[in-house]
Design a protein around this ligand. Sequence first.
Ligand SMILES: Cc1cc2nc3c(=O)[nH]c(=O)nc-3n(C[C@H](O)[C@H](O)[C@H](O)COP(=O)(O)OP(=O)(O)OC[C@H]3O[C@@H](n4cnc5c(N)ncnc54)[C@H](O)[C@@H]3O)c2cc1C
Length: 462
Amino acid sequence: MNEQPYSPLLNELREAFSPDEFSFDFEKYSKDETQEETHKPSLIVIPKDSKKIKTLIRIATKYNVVITPRGAGTGTTGGALPTHGGICLSFENLSKIIDLDPMNRTIVVEPGVITKTIQTESEKINLFYPPDPASLAICSIGGNVAENAGGPRAIKYGVTGDYVLGLKGYYMNGESFSYGGKVVKDVSGYDLKKLLVGSEGTLAIITEITLRLIPKPIENQLLVIEFKTLKTALKSLALISKHGLRPCSAEFIDKQCIAIAKTLKTPFIGIKNITGYLIYFDFDGDSKKNVSTQAIQCIDLIQQYNPLSSQLINTPLEQENWWSFRRSMSTLLKTYAKSKVSHDIVVPISNLPSTMDAIQNLSTKKITVLGYGHLGDGNIHVNVLNINANESDWKIAITNISEKLFRLALDQAGSLTGEHGIGLTKKRFLSWQFSETDISIMKQIKRAFDPKGLLNPGKIFD
Ligand SMILES: Cc1cc2nc3c(=O)[nH]c(=O)nc-3n(C[C@H](O)[C@H](O)[C@H](O)COP(=O)(O)OP(=O)(O)OC[C@H]3O[C@@H](n4cnc5c(N)ncnc54)[C@H](O)[C@@H]3O)c2cc1C
């Protein structure tokens, strides 16, 4: 670090924070899970007490230094990357469960708590926190709130924002805020809590989150169905929904993804004989009988689409193996390709077949474009894989393909992103989806929260 211009600021920070609340691992904090983006912070602060963030804001504001909040750094659109240098504010040390309340069915947590821990702790008292991003074992709840993260269970239970009852934190003028709390209903004033959910760390710093929990479903049954054609695979959800079936997850995996996974050394034994398109249907309910009745009815209905195979996945171990395969998809494709860029467009479910057809047509000899994702909510993880293009061809291709993809999403009445956010990497496309007036209102909101533009600048828009 070049200490010179930062010396007075550093001295003040050293007075406020103990030595173990700083990190010098600049490499780690220069990256997140966004491909091909590296931005180095000038300072890394990892507070152990959220109250110290007020001091951090005061000092940063005094010296006009930007602050970039960072959760677990699993974001894929560069939200946590310190593009303007300055202070990386990491929440790793703020990882306490403050309160787990069975009476109100709530959990109050600090932002650095890993999402899976919230699920595990809630389930110990038969409560359930449904949002389940594939990264749940490594991402933090603060990042989930900032991105409004989703996951396979969104089809039945919704996304992170549907569970946020209360938020506490700091505005960029150093004042604290407290929105909502343990109340289930609250219509006082504008819903600032909802505004912060999905604000990608650009409006305010979140230090405490109150989440709604629900009773834990007692049983579940996973069903894995293999289809010969993509069209029948993608139509299967509409078919079973018409007959009243309501899975808690409906996921799809392109057969090309499976073919690629089969070339790699993996522990996913179930995929050995799969040659078609996979659909996962997971059913949950209050008894074994209830969930197996739904699964059997689903298998019966699907017969009219001539599936290549249908498997009831019965043991928790086998279920975990199949889910782990689905959750590992991004990593498997990354291992396979020379390089990879992924986007997460979303379209109305009815437009999935036409959108997926068009996505497949984006592939070239040297670049493969494929998709998998959430059939239940139309959110496609489009992966662009560099198979054997050279660096300059790859750079040109990735720009062309991304542009075509985002046009496609909007032409199909969809959106640029279903869960990963705009961040750094998609901001130049924002004006394709929103009018000048829309964006101007967004910028006015940003200015109202952060008049000096010191919180995570350069994200969503410039
Ligand atoms: C393998 C893999 C699978 C994934 N699967 C999914 C998925 O299924 N669904 C999904 O939605 N996403 C998924 N993601 C993306 C990522 O995990 C999510 O966006 C997640 O919510 C990011 O959390 P994080 O703690 O890593 O946040 P970070 O990446 O560190 O930060 C994300 C954003 O949150 C802001 N932020 C973090 N904490 C705070 C805070 N306390 N106050 C204010 N702003 C804050 C940051 O400034 C940044 O803009 C996946 C990523 C990977 C690598």
